[in-house]
Design a protein around this ligand. Structure first.
Ligand code: FAI
Length: 206
């Protein structure tokens, strides 16, 4: 890996140094940088263009990126967030929900065949998954304190022990700041984080 690279949108899932599970979603974008992560309600964070006309220019740039269903957090790079959350609300198994919704919506039909990526996390377990034009994968992963596994749309669309970074921060605000300013990954736009702190799920955006 070079010093700087463009990896598109990415998820980072891990545990803080004190052991709190978290997931962070960062929008990096060359084409639509004029966007923000917005807290819609206590269970929902959306990615929204600042100019409402942009919403209609591309079907993949406006969506809920984080949803909380009871004690489970879903984080993704597209509209599949909502469909995963719906099934989880009916107690479907996490692994199956991620597989079904990734294959159903499939990769994005844009100029890049942009993959869909997703994470389902609660205080006990974590699943990561993605669908590309030539691959589908869902895997349960063990999280380690102070480490974050990343999964991106471009270059690093894989679930791998090698795609790991050190994590700074304990609160969702601090993790947003840390990941948005993570310089190695270019074109930062906005960020959303959920941290599981005992029986509470805390969220923040930047
Ligand atoms: N989720 C997003 O925020 C998002 N932003 C851009 N895309 C797609 O990715 C394409 C490339 O975008 P960019 O050049 O900003 O990396 C866009 O034309 C769009 O089809 C997205 N789709 C998936 O990541």
């Amino acid at each position: 890996m070079g010093d700087f690279m463009y990896i598109g949108r990415f998820l980072v899932v891990g545990k803080t140094k004190e052991g709190k599970p978290f997931v962070c979603y960062r929008v990096s974008s060359r084409s639509f940088p004029n966007r923000e992560a917005k807290i819609i309600d206590e269970n929902t964070i959306a990615i929204i263009p600042k100019d409402p006309n942009e919403v209609f220019k591309n079907p993949y740039i406006t969506y809920n990126c984080i949803k909380i269903v009871n004690d489970i957090v879903v984080a993704t790079n597209g509209s599949h967030t909502d469909f995963i959350a719906e099934k989880l609300a009916f107690n479907y198994p996490k692994r199956d929900v991620l597989i079904y919704q990734l294959i159903t919506l499939d990769y994005e039909k844009d100029a890049y065949n942009t993959p869909r990526i997703g994470v389902i996390l609660d205080k006990e377990e974590c699943y990561m998954g993605y669908v590309k034009d030539d691959e589908l994968r869902v895997k349960k992963v063990e999280l380690k304190e102070g480490k974050g596994y990343y999964l991106s749309t471009y270059e690093c669309c894989a679930i791998s022990e090698e795609q790991v970074i050190d994590i700074g921060g304990e609160t969702p605000e601090e993790i947003c700041e840390y990941i948005l300013n993570y310089k190695e990954f270019e074109h930062p736009v906005t960020c959303a984080t959920a941290v599981i702190d005992k029986d509470e799920i805390k969220i923040a955006t930047l």
